[in-house]
Write a protein that binds this ligand. Structure first.
Ligand code: UDP
Ligand code: MN
Length: 478
């Protein structure tokens, strides 16, 4: 019911409308890869580019069909785009996955700048000029727009406000995360809408000088289906002499979906990430491996990619962490990491997080030694956590919540002698409780109860890779 050619408000910060961009901006090739995209979102993406970009700045819009099977993407699509200027449709003879699809699409481009968009985006007035302007000033700058939210049910458009801007990071699962910018950086900024340096980009929407992209080796073409390529690009942009920025004056909406539709089980994401880690992360690769349970993953040879890194004389990952992403906590500073094992019941503390319909469950389950939901870290501050989530006891409920350094409910004290995990605020102990279920079997839950003395096996826990000397007074003084 929403027009394929709908109007959207100009959501830019007032400052952006006064900005003057170079008169000689380079023209861009817009690359949109798709696999089985819905009709309306795909067509709306194309119209929004055509309607809201200066004509002379667009060389062509390349629609690259990554072997879609949906009927509406066949002759209907060909007929529709025939009427539109500058649009080229390229069909792949096989499913390439998003990363190789982009590389194939580049071969059809004639612009000196490449702009990548997902097939479910909408560009806002003035989106293109500020991106091209940054690249014109320094072709080694890779830029991403402010990615706004298009609701996947209502298609309502919610812009990111300049004063609540997020930048890109990642956690040790090598999952991309949005983060607030450091307070110090915020203070130093001339204007909330000025370009901001970012450790990583989310990767679907960005602009890059074609020559620079080629120089840094495009993408690793062994990356399959989806994911990991954004970290590869982010790491090497920084490590090989470039800059990575978010340009808040450029607004592009994206339909965020609830879950990844590609087969997660096929391990291709982890294989992609491991390739990226192997080539770019030096010794820090081990933290990713530990986080995913040190699986055996067969990797094809990466020596070409390593050679690329050597030939370009790129800096170390340590340099990247120190200079670009100092906020990232390094897991070697933790008191313990790995499983948390109950001695009485021989079960593991397990938390599942379903990203989509957010569900956070703390459970006691048989140990599977595969990292994942049973991988924990125990910090000097007393947090039992994974990635951004902490184990928290409110006094009533035991749950998982976003970590908050100042929040007492999330602090636990592990005693390596009694093997108690004591909740600092209530002085109660984490334990496994048994209860009869409907089938008259027993189920186990995790509760918080009075600490028993001498201690009970159900309240005794073993923490993997526990480093006792690190459990120090910081816990009390923090
Ligand atoms: N895509 C593709 N081939 C694939 C997987 C994805 O061409 O095998 C396209 C997809 O249609 C979309 C873009 O790549 O335009 C990014 O994928 P998606 O939107 O699923 O990723 P997300 O936005 O969730 O990161
Ligand atoms: Mn997308």
């Amino acid at each position: 019911m929403i027009s394929l050619n709908r109007k959207l408000p100009d959501v830019r910060d007032a400052w952006c409308k006064k900005e003057k961009y170079s008169q000689n901006l380079p023209a861009a090739s817009i690359i949109i890869c798709f696999h089985n995209e819905a009709w309306s979102t795909l067509i709306r993406t194309v119209h929004s580019v055509l309607n809201r970009s200066p004509r002379e700045l667009i060389k062509e819009i390349i629609l690259f069909d990554d072997y879609s099977t949906m009927k509406h993407l066949k002759s209907n699509l060909e007929d529709y785009i025939r009427k539109l200027p500058k649009v080229i449709l390229v069909r792949s003879a096989r499913r390439e996955g998003l990363i190789r699809a982009r590389m194939k699409a580049i071969e059809y481009s004639t612009g000196s700048v490449l702009v990548f968009l997902d097939s479910h985006c909408e560009c806002i007035k003035g989106w293109l000029e500020p991106l091209l302007d940054r690249i014109a000033k320094d072709p080694k700058t890779v830029v991403s727009p402010a990615v706004d939210l298009i609701n996947d049910n209502t298609f309502q458009y919610t812009p990111q406000r300049a004063n609540d801007l997020r930048i890109g990071g990642f956690n040790w699962n090598l999952k991309f995360i949005w983060m607030l910018m450091p307070y110090k950086t915020q203070l130093k900024r001339l204007n909330p809408a000025a370009p901001i340096k970012t450790p990583t980009i989310s990767g679907g929407l960005f602009a890059i000088d074609k020559e620079f992209f080629e120089k840094i080796g495009l993408y690793d073409e062994e990356l399959d289906t989806w994911g990991g390529e954004n970290l590869e690009l982010s790491f090497k942009t920084w490590m090989c002499g470039g800059n990575l920025e978010i340009v808040p004056c450029s607004h592009v909406g994206h339909v965020f979906r609830k879950k990844i539709p590609y087969d997660k089980e096929d391990a291709s994401l982890n294989r992609n990430l491991l390739r990226v880690a192997e080539v770019w992360m030096d010794d820090y690769k081990k933290y990713f491996l530990e986080r995913i349970g040190n699986p055996r993953i067969y990797l094809k040879d990466v020596s070409d990619r390593k050679k690329l890194r050597d030939d370009l004389n790129c800096k170390s990952f340590q340099w990247y962490l120190n200079n670009v992403y100092p906020q990232l906590e390094i897991p070697d500073k933790y008191v313990a990491s790995g499983i948390i094992y109950n001695i009485g019941q021989r079960l593991c503390l397990d938390m599942s997080i379903f990203d989509g319909d957010i569900k956070f469950l703390v459970q006691a389950l048989p140990c599977h030694y595969g990292g994942g939901n049973q991988y924990w870290i125990y910090t000097k501050q007393g947090h039992i956590k994974r990635d951004e989530y902490c184990l928290e006891y409110t006094g009533k409920v035991l749950q998982i919540f976003l970590c908050d350094g100042s929040f007492d409910h999330q602090r636990w004290l592990y005693n390596n002698m009694t093997r108690h995990i004591k909740h600092v605020k209530t002085k109660k102990c984490l334990q496994i409780s048994k209860y009869a279920n409907q089938n008259s079997d027993f189920d186990f839950t995790i509760t918080v109860d009075q600490c028993a003395s001498p201690s009970l096996p159900l309240q005794q826990w073993a923490m993997q890779r526990f480093i006792s000397e690190r459990l120090d007074p910081i816990l009390y003084t923090h």
